[in-house]
Write a protein that binds this ligand. Structure first.
Ligand code: G16
Ligand code: MG
Length: 213
């Protein structure tokens, strides 16, 4: 069958990955929890509550489930404040050119994101009606590295997993694509990840032919 391309959202289509970091950092500083950019790299593609568990790993204080929910909500509220400033200018370089090129060729495109904020973000950047399918954190049980979100996107597109190519900035996302039987392109942060089938520092440097490998 014809190939389809599934794009991760945060860090691939839009620069919201930096707002995730700023929101976690604000919450952590207020609560005197140690958090830095090295820890942040491990949160890419990982769900909100699993991200919090990673942040609290080294903490001496033990947090109840209720306290954890409150910390995650506090972060999400900050994150949503940052999202109010997101506009189409936050779409990453090269993305619109690739998306339009794929559309022109009649190739199906989907979003596969762990984020529950996906609908708000797509609306903010004006792409909410652009994708043939959107699979996100609201419709899955297991977040990346589990392949669930990408398998759901493939199903919504009516494309077999082996005909899907996933574009990811997260190690967890590259692993999810590969374990779902898909090809993986690593961009941005994921260029440090050895497992991707193809790597580029930015979408600017990828051609449609390379995506359709
Ligand atoms: C994104 C981010 C993660 C974030 C997750 C959940 O995944 O990369 O850092 O923790 O979504 O986001 P939210 O708290 O908005 O539900 P992706 O898959 O878009 O990179
Ligand atoms: Mg990402």
């Amino acid at each position: 069958s014809k190939k389809a391309i599934i794009f991760d959202l945060d860090g691939v289509i839009v620069t919201t990955d930096q707002y995730h970091y700023k929101a976690w950092k604000k919450m952590a500083d207020e609560k005197k929890i140690n958090f830095d950019k090295t820890i942040n790299e491990r949160l890419r593609g990982v769900s909100r509550m699993e991200s919090l568990e990673i942040i609290l790993e080294k903490s001496e204080k033990k947090y109840s489930n209720l306290e954890k929910v409150e910390l995650a909500e506090r972060k999400n509220n900050y994150y949503k404040e940052f999202l109010q400033c997101v506009t189409p200018k936050d779409i990453l370089p090269g993305v619109l050119k690739i998306l339009h090129g794929l559309k022109e060729k009649g190739i199906k495109i989907a979003v596969g994101s762990s984020s529950k904020n996906t609908p708000i973000i797509l609306e903010r950047i004006g792409l909410e009606r652009f994708f043939d399918a959107v699979a996100d954190g609201n419709s899955i049980k297991n977040s990346k590295p589990d392949p669930e979100v990408f398998l759901l996107a493939a199903k919504m597109l009516g494309t077999k997993p082996e005909d899907c190519v996933v574009v990811e900035d997260a190690e967890a996302g590259v692993e999810a694509a590969l374990s779902g039987g898909m090809k993986a392109v690593g961009v941005g942060s994921a260029t440090n990840c050895s497992k991707a089938d193809y790597k580029a520092s930015s979408m600017e440097f990828i051609s449609i032919d390379e995506l359709l490998m």
